[in-house]
Design a protein around this ligand. Structure first.
Ligand code: C2E
Ligand code: CA
Ligand code: CA
Ligand code: CA
Length: 274
């Protein structure tokens, strides 16, 4: 008779093997998807809270997988991070940005926002990868790099930040309020922008803890002199609150959903005529 413990161990082993095998094949698919150009960058506009002028776009990856159709970045980005594919994927985004560069206004107060992983800052790798961008863009076409606070950012080299800033790049801390930045660290890195996580925007007008936390985040940003962007703005009530609190820039479905790059110039023209 086979002992139950052995059977269980075999079963668990088999399940773990299955899980890692499917992860493996998924990461192979990401690599293939990059090679085959299956990813596209969609653009979501950001607007000035008082004037509604468009201050830039955030580029968001979309994956048109031949077998599964459109896959959300919430699924493939965490996997790409685990499997060391986030740097190649970001390089892909940089390439696509260059490909579409002509659809973006060449004005130094318009920013093209790209999400980057902390890994990309190691040894100044990002500086090297952006060389092609500098070569292709017009001098006034500025980038904003968004680094999520979900990652440990404490070990980033302030020297790389300084070099990027000297090249006109702005730095934003994404998902602010969900991670673990310390005040000392914010003082040291002095990001240009804090992006208030959409979970806080969603809490506006409710009596949850988050609705009180958002006013603290706003005050923090203002005291440190850092520009605030609120993401996930969906309702007029949220907009009204954020404007009253002097949050400078807003992003969300209330203004525009992410759109294919080909649609952005027409959107911008319509928006400017309003
Ligand atoms: P994120 O950087 O926080 O991007 C904002 C997300 O909020 C986007 O989800 C956007 O479509 C969504 N969003 C915008 N306005 C609203 C709104 O009014 N309401 C709601 N409920 N959602 C709104 P998306 O495009 O699904 O991307 C999810 C996450 O995947 C991003 O969150 C980012 O962390 C990651 N991601 C996307 N593209 C890239 C990329 O190129 N590189 C990296 N490293 N990460 C990316
Ligand atoms: Ca972002
Ligand atoms: Ca965010
Ligand atoms: Ca997020």
């Amino acid at each position: 008779q086979v002992p139950l413990a052995l059977l269980l161990a075999l079963l668990i082993g088999y399940m773990a093997w299955q899980a890692s095998a499917s992860r493996m094949s998924f990461s192979r698919e990401i690599t293939l998807g990059i090679a085959r150009g299956e990813f596209e960058i969609w653009c979501q506009p950001l607007v000035h809270a008082q004037t509604h002028a468009c201050t830039g776009v955030e580029l968001l990856l979309r994956w048109n997988n031949p077998r599964q159709g459109w896959i959300s970045p919430d699924i493939f980005i965490p996997l790409a991070e685990q499997e060391n594919l986030i740097v190649p994927l970001t390089r892909y985004v940089i390439d696509r940005t260059i490909k579409h560069i002509d659809i973006f206004p060449a004005s130094s107060d318009f920013h093209i926002g790209i999400n980057v992983a902390a890994d990309h800052f190691r040894n100044g790798l990002i500086l090297n990868d952006l060389k092609r961008y500098w070569f292709a863009c017009r001098p006034s076409q500025r980038l904003m790099l968004e680094l999520t606070e979900r990652e440990d950012l404490q070990h980033l080299d302030p020297q790389v930040f300084r070099q990027l800033r000297a090249l006109g790049v702005r730095l934003a801390i994404d998902d602010f309020g969900t991670g673990r930045s310390s005040l000392a660290w914010l003082e040291m890195l002095k990001p240009d922008v804090l992006k208030i996580d959409k979970s806080f925007t969603a809490a506006i007008g409710t009596d949850s803890v988050n609705s009180r936390v958002i006013s603290m985040i706003i005050e923090l940003g203002q005291r440190l002199g850092i520009t605030l962007v609120a993401e996930g703005v969906e309702t007029a009530l949220q907009e009204e609150y954020l404007r009253r609190q002097q949050v400078q820039i807003l992003q969300g479905w209330l203004f525009a959903r992410p759109m294919p790059p080909g649609e952005f110039p027409a959107w911008l023209e319509r928006h400017q005529r309003l």
